[in-house]
Ligand binder design. Structure first.
Ligand SMILES: [Zn+2]
Length: 76
């Protein structure tokens, strides 16, 4: 994945959480994605694996990019 800001190759890794990972329009007390139609679920919660979503890192621009079109690309 190329950095959309500077064009250099991004370092691929994962963002992990013990809970589901979702994009929300704003911070909410009950933030589960299924409760809010405008949210985007990035990784479902899994009791076995936790939640993880693949993300590209650019250390130059200090940006992280998540491609949420690809569902399960976090396996080794
Ligand atoms: Zn960059």
């Amino acid at each position: 994945m190329k950095c959309p800001w500077c064009g250099s190759e991004m370092e691929m890794g994962v963002i992990q959480s013990p809970n589901e990972i979702s994009w929300q329009k704003k911070s909410r007390l009950f933030g589960k994605a299924e409760l809010h139609p405008d949210s985007v679920l990035l990784s479902e919660h899994s009791f076995i694996k936790g939640s993880a979503v693949a993300a590209g890192l650019c250390r130059n621009c200090r940006k992280v990019v998540i491609d949420y079109g690809d569902n399960d690309n976090t396996e080794e």
